[in-house]
Design a protein around this ligand. Structure first.
Ligand code: DAH
Length: 341
């Protein structure tokens, strides 16, 4: 075979193989074409390789070079065709009527739901949101809030002290002072945030927990404003027919009161949710102590105010009938999904 004949044959093999590969309608047809052209034993490319032996010595480099080109090109045309057929095949096999895979979209945590609902109620009454730092100074956490040094009220507020001056705030009340220092009355703010105590993690306590603080300071504010606002809140949030205020003590309020709402589950008759009392304790409150106003630089002769603090996790467990507060911190989606809205 002379060089010219060889080159003609190589061109024919190349042309026919490309046409066969491109025309193959499916994987089986492509495989048949592959065997016909690129097959190891009887393939046309193999034959082309065999005929190299018959080429005159001086023409061998040119013939060999052409052979390599043809083989390389056919291999790549074949593999390109195979991957495009793979694509077609899998689309054809996919069952488009199958139900879609379910997606986990995430949802709001029960405590977040409670906080947002409370914020919504107070927003309508003209309250805005205020925030403060979790790491506080002793003065903001205690001193400015009228805790005398060594007073027994401090016992309930044992916390983690940070290196240097700071401590983790034991309540959101220090943000009352920060707000009063920053803005002039009239002030109506709601202060959600974490508080920290040296408490054991048990069914009703967590060492880090959310609180919501409320503060209203203006001229002429009295206990009537406290009671009527909190009663309205209880009615809106709990649908509570009745509330009751019990005298209490906080260093930063005078007088102070705890507010209970009538248990919505038993209607006041007594059940496990209210521990048989018919009432659920929801917050501490009182008239802002004049020395707190003075510590924050507010004239206590001119201005008066009321405040409250509550634990939204406690409210969430009574609202959703959750037996153990730790469930709220477990991040177990099987539980969270039951409450997600
Ligand atoms: N700071 C109090 C606590 O964590 C809760 C509290 C009670 C806040 C009465 C108030 C209030 O603003 O008036 O125990």
């Amino acid at each position: 075979m002379d060089l010219q004949q060889y080159l003609t044959e190589a061109a024919a093999v190349e042309r026919e193989a490309v046409a066969a590969f491109d025309a193959a309608p499916d994987a089986a047809a492509l495989e048949a074409a592959r065997i016909a052209f690129l097959g190891d034993r009887q393939g046309r490319v193999k034959a082309l390789q065999e005929s190299l032996k018959a080429i005159a010595k001086e023409d061998k480099p040119a013939a060999g070079k052409r052979f390599n080109e043809v083989r390389t090109r056919l291999e790549s045309v074949h593999s390109a065709r195979r991957s495009s057929l793979d694509h077609v095949t899998s689309a054809a096999v996919a069952d488009l009527t199958l139900p879609a895979r379910r997606q986990w979209r995430g949802a709001k945590h029960p405590v977040t739901l409670v906080i947002e609902e409370i914020e919504g109620i107070f927003r309508e009454l003209g309250f805005t949101i205020a925030l403060g730092p979790d790491a506080e100074t002793e003065w903001y956490n205690f001193g400015a809030l009228n805790f005398p040094p060594n007073h027994p009220a401090l016992d309930a507020h044992d916390t983690l002290y940070l290196e240097g001056e700071g401590l983790l705030r034991t309540h959101t009340s220090p943000v009352q002072v920060r707000t009063l220092q920053t803005y002039a009355p009239p002030i109506r703010v709601l202060i959600p945030g974490y508080a920290y105590r040296r408490d054991f993690f048990d069914a009703s306590h967590a060492p880090a927990f959310m609180q919501i603080e409320g503060l209203c300071v203006d001229e002429g504010i009295s206990f009537v404003d406290l009671k009527s606002t909190l009663n309205l809140f209880a009615e809106r949030f709990f649908g509570a027919a009745r509330t009751r205020f019990r005298p209490s003590f906080f260093p930063f309020t005078e007088p102070s009161a705890e507010m209970d709402v009538q248990c919505g589950i038993c209607g006041g008759g007594g059940c496990p949710a209210c521990k048989g009392t018919g009432w659920i304790e929801i917050l501490g409150s009182g008239m802002v102590h004049p020395s707190v106003l003075e510590a924050a630089g507010v004239d206590s002769e001119r201005y008066t105010g009321w405040a409250f603090g509550m634990g939204p996790a406690r409210i969430a467990i009574s609202r959703y009938g959750i037996p153990d507060i730790r469930i709220l911190y477990d991040s177990d989606v099987r539980f969270l999904e039951q409450i997600a809205e």
